[in-house]
Each structure stands twice: as C-alpha cells, then as structure tokens.
Design a protein around this ligand. Sequence first.
Ligand SMILES: Cc1cc2nc3c(=O)[nH]c(=O)nc-3n(C[C@H](O)[C@H](O)[C@H](O)COP(=O)(O)O)c2cc1C
Length: 457
Amino acid sequence: MTSPKRLIVNLFEMNTPGHITHGLWRQEGNQREHYKSIGYWLELARVAEAAGFDSIFIADVIGAYDVYRDSLEPAVTEGLQIPNNDPLLVIPAMAAVTKHIGFGVTFSTSYEPPFAFARRMSTLDHLTEGRVGWNIVTSYLPNAARNFGLEDQIPHATRYEIADEYMDVVYKLWEGSWDDDAVVVDRERGVFSDATKVRPIDHVGTHFKVAGPHLSEPSPQRTPLLFQASASTSGIAFASKHAEVLFTADRPYGALARNMQVIQDAAVERGRSTDDLKFVVMATVIVGRTDEEVAEKLERYRSFISEEGKFIHQSVPFRPLDHPGDITVREALEREGRQDLIEAGGLPLAFTVAQYCQAVDEAWDQKQFFSAGTPEKVADDIERWLDEDGIDGINLRQYHSFETALDFGELVTPVLRARGRMRDAYVDGETLRERIFGHPRLPETHPAAQYRGGANL
Ligand SMILES: Cc1cc2nc3c(=O)[nH]c(=O)nc-3n(C[C@H](O)[C@H](O)[C@H](O)COP(=O)(O)O)c2cc1C
C-alpha cells in the first residue's frame, strides 16, 4: 500500500498589518499591529513550529498600492501592505528560537542587482542551517518602479527576461564560485580557504555584469529552496525552468489541474522531473471545536472583511463600489470619464458592476480552497484538495494572529497526523529542501547544477 500524500503547510505572512485578509487586523486580540516588534516574530515562530508547519512564508512588496482611486490614501488608511518592513531581517530572530521551521522570503529580481542579494541569502542559509527559501517575484506595483528610479513599470515580459538572467547570476555565485571543500581552516599551514577552489564568475550579460567570486562560503543548501507564483505565459515559462515549489493560479475557476499540467509538461521538456516540483495553493482554514464555534468565527471573519481591500490590492483602476450594481462596467467607466480604460481592454466591459464585484470576490475569497468546520471536516477537505485537486500543499492565510496558527496546530495538525498527512515530528538537522524533496541541494537536472565545480562559468 502506498502511503498517503503528505501535506506541505506554510504559514502565509507579511511584515505588515494587512497582508491578504484585509480589514481583519481590527479584530480584538489580533496582533497585527505588533508586526514591527521582535517579540511578534519570536512568538509567531514558536507557534508555527509547535503546529508542525513546514515554513513561514513571508510575502513582500517594495511599493505602495496607488492605482485604485488613483490614490495612496485607501491603502494607507487600511494598513494594506503599508506600513511594511523588510522581510529578510526578521528571519535570524525567528531562527534563533526554533530548530526546524523553514522561512520562505520574497525578493524581487527587478530593481536591486543580484550580487548583494546572493550574499544576503547565503548568510541566511548559514544562520538558519539550511532552512531558507526564496519566493522569486518580479514586482507588479507601478509605485515600486518609481521607487527605484524608473518612470513606470518595466514591461511584464522584460521583467521575466531580467529575472532569468538574474537567476543565472545567482546560480553561478551559489553553485559555481566555491567548491564544497574550499574552506579548510588549517591553523598549522595558515590556510583558511584553498584559493584554487574559489573562483570569480565573470558574468557579462545583457542586464548584469558581475565579477565575483561569491563572498559567502557554500551554505547548507547553496541555492535556497526556490518558490514562485506565476499566471502568465512568461511567468509559467520561468517557473517551469527555475521553481521548485509553485503557486498555481486557479484562473479561470476550475483550471487548476490544467495549469499544473502545463507547468509540469514544460518542466519535463526542459529535462526536469515532475518529482522535483510541488504545487501549493493559498488556502483559508477556519476551524472550531464545535459547529457553534465555527459559526462564530466565520461570522467574525465575514464581518471584519474590508470590501474595498480587494479592489485596492488588485489595483482595480475604477471605483466599482461607487456605482449601482446593475449598470455595466463600460457604463461605470464612462461615468468616471475613463475612455482610456475602455480602449485599453483588460476589463470585462459587458459585465454588470455587480457581476464584476462578485468575480473579484470569488477570485479573492477562494471558493475552492476555503474550509470552515470542525477538525474532522477541515481534514476531510484538505485530504480532498490533496487527492482530488492534486495539490501538494497550502499557504495558510492568517485571518487572525496568532489564532489561525494556534487553531491549526491544536485542532487540525493532530487529525492530519493521525491520517498520515503530516509527519509526527521534524527530523533533526534537515534542511528545508530536504523536508520538501528529500535532498538538501538542487538536483542535477536543475539549470543551476550546470555551474557546479566551476563548470560553464
Ligand atoms: C501565493 C502567491 C504569493 C505571492 N506573493 C507575492 C509577493 O509577496 N510579492 C509580489 O510582488 N508578488 C507576489 N505574488 C505575485 C506573483 O509573483 C505573480 O506576479 C503573479 O502570480 C502573477 O503572475 P505573472 O507574473 O506570471 O503574471 C504572489 C502570488 C501568489 C499566487
């Protein structure tokens, strides 16, 4: 008999009051405003490790949301991803009070050159003893572009072209610049590192020129575990080449299986194995000991959800809530004098405003990966996601810090463990990649491996 598929669970976080459950920071007892304190992160790390999670996954943006209402004001007022702090800097603190939990961290390839980032990630991989992962993003906010000296967004396809070269640079630094046995620490001979085993990378490309050598010695994973989310053609091409843990869009609704298949096929075409890819979706779990407790939590969840938050976060370029629901999106745009948006395409002009709002709602509040119930019911739903929808894991949306993680650990983890869906304990000394894939470093079929031992530099 084959053993059941094990669930990957990442706690979805961001160094900010309002990440993706907009408005919910207002709930009593929610700790979101303490995101800026080190105590918040220490507690979060302890709770997540006690719950048996695989990692804490920290999202990030490097700009503010200012498209909706053509203004910064809605996002600032709602605490929607602003204020926000740097996601990398909280990791060493969390690593110091835990032994096992991993840390996925988001960093963009679009604005800061790769050399310094490669060193920062190697530092984190050393300090966490191989527990770090990287969510590769190209950044979608126009304000981010203006923060880094540009007039506007780099075109989408160009962002992925830059990202592809960025990956090439960091792979050369992480995998090719130092041999495993380069550091000898020979006190008698006075040799710290064997200089014949450390080399520059001399990368000269279209977007980057990096001499090297890498300044960090090889870390436990060398390349951190690679996460990526993509929906577009160029995003999927990138993911199939580079990513190990993938967030796949369920857009249009019901297309998840097809989207996963497209990525798997593209990866296999590149010589990668489907065993080297895992698919993770964002999921909401609201669990209680009794039906009454679930109903109370669900009611609380619904009553605090911000209507506007979804529009702000999705950078919706008009004001659906200012119009009657029965006029079309085209009419709403005409009333706002936005002929430019009508001509640009991209919005469903024939939808009524009510239909449009519903579509945004559904995209947001996930019809599919939303489970509210007692522990057995939630575990049944999660097992169905694994076995029927074909996913490998979830990024657990926090609707309350720390209630979401505490509830999951106390009520859901024991049931999933009893059903063989989560492990009973962590394995000592395991790196994050080992936990997910069973091996500490990237497989030979991954493009980063071509640089090992200084080959192909
Ligand atoms: C689960 C998940 C997490 C994401 N986290 C971030 C993030 O932290 N920062 C960011 O700029 N983009 C984030 N994104 C957006 C993706 O990087 C990407 O832009 C999006 O999926 C659209 O895909 P595309 O780039 O192929 O168009 C996330 C997407 C998903 C689905």
